[in-house]
Design a protein around this ligand. Sequence first.
Ligand SMILES: Nc1ncnc2c1ncn2[C@@H]1O[C@H](COP(=O)(O)OP(=O)(O)OP(=O)(O)O)[C@@H](O)[C@H]1O
Ligand SMILES: [Mg+2]
Length: 272
Amino acid sequence: MKIAVAGKGGAGKTTFCATYARLLARTGRQVVAIDGDTNPNLHAAIGIGPGATLPPFLPASLVARRFDGPRLTETIDEVLTNYALATPDGVHLLRMGVPRHADEGCMCSAHATVSALLAELDRDTEHLEADHTETITVLDLEASPEHLSRGTARHADVLVLMAEPYFRSLEAVRLQAALAAETVIDRIVVVANKVRTADDGAAITQFCERHGLELVGSLPWSDAVLDADAATSSLLDHAPDDPVVEAVGEIMERLMVRAEPVKASMDAGVQG
Ligand SMILES: Nc1ncnc2c1ncn2[C@@H]1O[C@H](COP(=O)(O)OP(=O)(O)OP(=O)(O)O)[C@@H](O)[C@H]1O
Ligand SMILES: [Mg+2]
């Protein structure tokens, strides 16, 4: 099962992915977390401290264009051996390529690498599946909706859209949900984040109802999330009993249930 996480800048995608991936791994599932942001920081949120050796970025040479579409040039087993870092709780962290130089051009090949990887992750996970447990992949996307135009997450089973309770964040969710509805991704869900008041919660609930989106859970505002960042720690290590951790755990169980496909039924436009 593959879960991609998108939303406006700063909505909490990386915090959610890191916590979610580690909680999943604690249940005994095999978990691969992919940092799909060209400004990578999933490792820090997962709990890889400053000064630690990070895994190499996924190289563009990992994908070859074939007549039948892009394919990986290495097996998943090799990819995990060559590019993954084992992180706390056993999550296998992979990192998408980043710009190396100014003016070097677009990041198409980095996005294509993640897309091809996602396509093949379920096919060949011998490296991880000693006990044949299903592998769960968690993909932390960047804020720009470019991943939707590039099809970076087209092989995901679920797209999670992180929503903060303010208009511009919800507009970003609306646009990305509409674009995602044009893809083959089966299930598009919303997670509310940074909810401080009942009104905040109600605003996101009403937004989802208005646009036919499944609201799968809600994370409260928590100073502990900021404190963990400031301490260059993960939320799970810094404040394991925080309500945000608890809420991510509840969402985890809901996402693991294979619900009937729910798709947003709206047009990709800029007006709400
Ligand atoms: N529930 C929360 N309560 C308080 N602060 C939060 C919460 N969730 C995230 N934050 C804070 O919001 C900021 C952005 O979080 P995060 O990096 O997870 O977002 P993002 O969507 O991945 O951002 P980007 O678009 O830059 O990738 C961070 O400072 C983080 O500590
Ligand atoms: Mg992020």
